[in-house]
Design a protein around this ligand. Structure first.
Ligand code: DON
Length: 564
């Protein structure tokens, strides 16, 4: 009897987070597989899938779905994302774009019409773009998964159904957003408990309606999300909040296979995300410029090195602002932007002692704090790898939730140039090329990236992050920390970072990021903003020469990797 009770308890008890220690392990390592996600339960689910015989793609899909439950403020089936996949046997990289698209009824003047709330692209129905997450994860699984679909989705449904302990990140978002949530009726109702309170760290979060939706997708596949009662409920919720999503928009959604961008740095091959993300282009541009600087100081925090990197980053962000958009709608001059000769010429003109003046663009809003978006990195026993970034954009997306289905809808429309000449919620200036149009994908900064090394083509580093534009600079710095400064993923991810995005014309630094402190940059005329600020969260996994797999999740978001 006791045995039966014990078994029952094991089956129905909410999952346990490993006992809290003063500082959770920065790295997880094993010889078979590693998953670095920004929540320990999601990392563990990924590793369980690997242990059960799944490959890196199975693990990435299960982890992404689980993240949408345990960190519902960051990502979920109401959002979308990008993935770069390395297939060891073929020695080939693939990219999948499951970014949201603007509804067919969206027009360039959607957000400039008179009488519209100034934050209509951020909150409410108009902010919602057609979600791509379910279609994207299902496509990844269809192409490369080895386990049954039910096996990769069930762990997420179980978490939502049985409950899970509220993590530190979710709890801090509740603290920051409690009063805002109260104004978002359906979202608030999904999250609040019967006694009207929001869960605190360690208390159980239950998401039964989301669980029902996940079960329906488990049984019916992605169509169960894009057609039928779930789709109808989503359309109803978005329309009730003033949006224009239609049943046809959902029915028509398709992820797109894309050719990954390929670059090189210090003898390694780098595969990263092409447009409609700007992340890969910017990353390769900066790496190209840095590699051309033969006398780049070696020390990570050296003032000259940091100054030169900042100048290179500003060039990349200025190009982003001007040239980038959805390639189906605007010609993106990729060859020119990534041309080695042009990058070398730009690098030769970089001067860490000369700050370039940006063109004036009016008032620029400061970037919001991090919490939207999740990045996960996986390496399996066969050497397959997945870098996947998924998002509903800013915390809890549009704040529109479909009460019936438990789905929290993205506010990815704000990633378009919604009002010409005005920055978006991350302070990013963008051009006409990224204007709203029906069926168009908004420009992104997400930078899922895989670094391939050696004659045996090993996925030496798999990484990416969250944090809007800070994804680009975060991914860049962690990559440099590993490749240039020979750090292990843990210290590489934890090391203090700096960020510049051209406009606003200021550097943000974490204490310790630059030798000599802020003064070293202020001397050159930079406006410097010192932390504690949000720098996004990078998750990295490495495959070492001897076969050891090491994963690290960013302590900034309280994540933890798992391995076996
Ligand atoms: O695609 C993008 O670039 C943004 N939607 C990412 C948003 C994000 O990382 C939110 N985290 N702060």
């Amino acid at each position: 009897m006791t045995g039966v009770l014990l078994l029952l308890a094991l089956v129905v008890a909410p999952p346990q987070v490993p006992a809290a220690t003063a500082a959770p392990a920065l790295e997880a390592e094993g010889r078979q597989g590693v998953v670095a996600a920004d929540h320990v339960l999601a990392s563990q689910i990924g590793v369980d899938v690997l242990k059960a015989g799944g490959d890196a793609v199975d693990a990435a899909v299960a982890t992404a779905l689980a993240l949408g439950v345990v960190n519902p403020q960051s990502s979920g089936i109401g959002g979308g994302g990008f993935a770069v996949v390395w297939r060891a046997k073929e020695r080939r990289a693939y990219a999948l774009d499951f970014r949201e698209v603007a509804p067919a009824a969206a027009t360039p003047d959607t957000f400039t019409r008179k009488g519209l709330a100034p934050d209509a692209s951020r909150f409410g129905g108009l902010a919602v773009a057609v979600p791509g997450e379910v279609a994207g994860l299902a496509e990844l699984h269809r192409r490369w998964g080895t386990r049954k679909w039910a096996e990769v989705i069930a762990p997420a449904a179980d978490l939502a159904e049985r409950g899970f302990p509220c993590g530190e990140e979710l709890s801090s978002v509740f603290d920051r957003m409690g009063s805002t949530l109260a104004t978002a009726m359906h979202l608030d109702a999904l999250l609040r408990r019967e006694d009207g309170t929001l869960p605190r760290v360690g208390e159980t979060v239950l998401l039964p309606r989301l669980a029902r939706t996940l079960r329906a997708i488990e049984q019916g596949g992605p169509r169960a999300f894009y057609e039928g009662p779930i789709a109808e409920a989503l359309v109803k919720a978005v329309r009730a909040a003033g949006g224009r999503l239609s049943a046809d928009d959902l029915k028509a959604y398709k992820p797109k296979a894309r050719k990954p961008l390929r670059g090189s740095f210090r003898g390694r091959t780098i595969y990263t995300m092409p447009p409609p993300s700007s992340g890969g282009v910017a990353l390769l541009q900066v790496l190209g410029m840095l590699e051309a600087l033969k006398d780049l100081p070696r020390e990570a925090t050296d003032g000259q090195r940091v100054g030169l990197t900042i100048e290179a980053v500003k060039h990349a962000f200025a190009d982003r602002a001007h040239w980038l958009g959805d390639p189906a709608f605007t010609r993106v001059p990729l060859d020119d932007l990534l041309d080695g000769k042009a990058l070398r010429a730009k690098a030769a003109a970089l001067d860490h002692l000369r700050r370039l003046e940006p063109a004036a663009y009016g008032v620029i809003a400061p970037p919001p704090s991090d919490s939207g978006t999740s990045h996960l990195s996986v390496i399996d026993a066969a050497g397959n790898a997945v870098a996947l970034t998924t998002t509903i954009n800013t915390p809890f997306g549009s704040l529109v939730a479909s009460g019936d289905t438990g789905v929290i809808l993205n506010n990815q429309m704000d990633d378009f140039t919604t009002r010409p000449g005005q920055p978006n919620s991350f302070g990013l200036m963008q051009s006409e090329r990224n204007a709203v149009a029906p069926g168009k994908r908004p420009l992104s900064s997400m930078t899922p990236t895989i670094v391939i090394e050696g004659s045996r083509q090993r996925p030496a580093l798999v990484l990416g992050g969250s944090g809007g534009p800070r994804i680009i600079t975060g991914t860049l710095q962690v990559l440099l920390n590993v490749l240039d400064h020979e750090q292990s993923p843990g210290p590489a991810v934890a090391a203090p970072r700096y960020h510049h995005q051209w406009l606003p014309d200021e550097v943000r630094i974490e204490p310790g990021a630059v030798a000599g402190g802020p003064e070293a940059l202020e001397k050159v005329g930079h406006k410097v903003d010192v932390g504690p600020l949000h720098f996004g969260a990078v998750q990295a996994a490495a495959l070492r020469k001897g076969g050891l797999r090491v994963g690290a999740s960013d302590p900034r978001k309280h994540g933890q990797a798992a391995a076996y």
